[in-house]
Design a protein around this ligand. Structure first.
Ligand code: SF4
Length: 427
């Protein structure tokens, strides 16, 4: 029985209980949110990772993606990246390898971490189609499902499957005059090429029941992939993307009826003033399904700093309803990330999620405590409250102040100290 089926029957599972404790909500609330498709709890029944709940009323979660490419195949480095992502507090991990022995690297990563692990099965379909048949477009339809089954049986906890992209989406893309920034989703691009070459419908859309049947067996969460996501701010919220969103929302309802937990995926590159609209539209059309966004990236011209541009986008997205945000690293749009890129990427996404939750969940206690510690020049407390206290320590220890209760920014002219003395004298 899946978490969703249990919830519909009124059962509170141990995983629901664990999520309720982590989130500070009652187990009944979690159960009811799972039952109506507003919260998913990840965990392939073969693997049972740390329970992670994603959705309405819960803390915004962070995903880190790792994986080889066809140019750089280094399994040890990918394992190191996976471990760093978990150590830095990523809630979920996506293993997106496309180079080397894909079964072997996936199994290695599934063993390396205890957080839920997700995949994009289409990457493996494409890689195997090239190896066996010479081209992605020559992949037989059966391969799409065979890969899905193989990954489910390996213990993958969630899967981004591009079910919502269909012939109509391609037609919409053609009619609107393609795009300034092209089609950037690898999964989306593979499917469009396959559908055009074979003059056929997307197998994951046409045989959606079969996708559900495969995932349901091990309670794998379906992430309804965004193959039409915008890869440039000028293309955000265009007709092709909204068309796919509508289909994904319909498929979410179908999955819900079938007993499969699912979430809807979002963009991509969106300017700041369109983020609120996109989050609210997705939530409204899906009946408040968990919403998983990549970034969003609100400008295209800061490569090398997209871990920072995405903090602006993701904090707004989290505030307006995104439930899971995928990190970006300094290497985004430029190269395959290295371990240090992963570390900084996770930290940045955690900052965005935290800032969003301050508003969305009205959580400000830690900020209040920090303000008091700063006013009181209580450096030990400031260190304790710092989320990344290693950086705090590193910076302070490299430039120690003359007076230990101040810092070298103002030294003897410490504003806080001067005013504190004044108010204390008045007592
Ligand atoms: S020295 Fe300046 S920056 Fe440092 S604690 Fe005092 S007021 Fe703040």
């Amino acid at each position: 029985m899946t978490q969703l089926e249990a919830a519909k029957k009124g059962i509170i599972t141990p995983r629901m209980k664990a999520v309720s404790e982590m989130e500070g909500l009652s187990a009944e609330e979690i159960r009811d949110k799972v039952a109506c498709g507003r919260v998913v709890i990840m965990g392939n029944t073969l693997r049972n990772p740390v329970p992670v709940g994603i959705g309405e009323g819960l803390r915004t979660k962070v995903n880190a993606s790792i994986g080889t490419s066809t140019d750089i195949v280094n399994f040890d480095m990918e394992e190191e990246k996976a471990k760093i992502a978990q150590e830095e507090g990523a809630d979920t991990l996506m293993e997106l390898s496309t180079g080397g022995d894909l079964d072997r690297i996936r199994r290695k990563i599934l063993k390396a971490v205890t957080i839920p692990v997700g995949t994009v099965p289409l990457y493996q379909v494409a890689a195997e189609a090239i190896k066996r048949y010479g081209a992605i477009v020559k992949a037989p339809e059966e391969l799409f499902f065979e890969v899905l089954e193989r990954q489910v049986e390996d213990g993958v906890d969630f899967m981004a499957v591009h079910c919502g992209i269909n012939r109509l989406s391609v037609e919409r893309l053609r009619k609107q005059g393609y795009r300034v920034g092209g089609l950037v989703s690898r999964g989306g691009a593979f499917l469009v090429a396959w559908m055009e070459y074979n003059n056929a419908e997307n197998p994951y859309y046409e045989k959606f029941d079969r996708v559900l049947e495969i995932l349901k067996k091990r309670d794998v969460v379906l992430s309804l992939g965004n193959g039409m996501r915008s890869g440039a701010v000028h293309d955000s919220n265009d007709r092709a993307q909204v068309q796919e969103l509508i289909i994904n929302c319909e498929l979410h309802e179908e999955a819900l009826r079938y007993g499969v937990q699912s979430m809807v995926e979002g963009p991509g590159h969106i300017p700041l003033d369109e983020i609120e609209m996109n989050m609210k539209l997705a939530k409204k059309l899906s009946g408040n399904a968990p919403y998983y966004v990549l970034g969003p990236v609100p400008t295209d011209v800061f490569p090398g700093y997209d871990h920072i541009t995405s903090v602006a986008g993701a904090s707004l997205a989290s505030w307006y309803g995104a439930d899971l945000i995928c990190y970006l690293t300094p290497a985004e749009h430029i190269a395959l990330p290295f371990p240090d890129d992963v570390r900084i990427g996770v930290r940045c996404a955690k900052i965005a999620a935290y800032m969003g939750d301050m508003i969305k969940l009205n959580r400000r206690e830690r900020d209040l405590e920090m303000a008091a510690a700063r006013k009181n020049l209580d450096w030990a407390k400031q260190f304790e409250l710092s989320v990344y206290s290693d950086e705090f320590k590193k910076i302070r220890s490299t430039r120690p102040p003359e007076a230990p209760d101040t810092c070298t920014m103002c030294g003897n002219l410490c504003a806080l100290k001067a005013v504190k003395r004044m108010f204390e004298d008045e007592k």
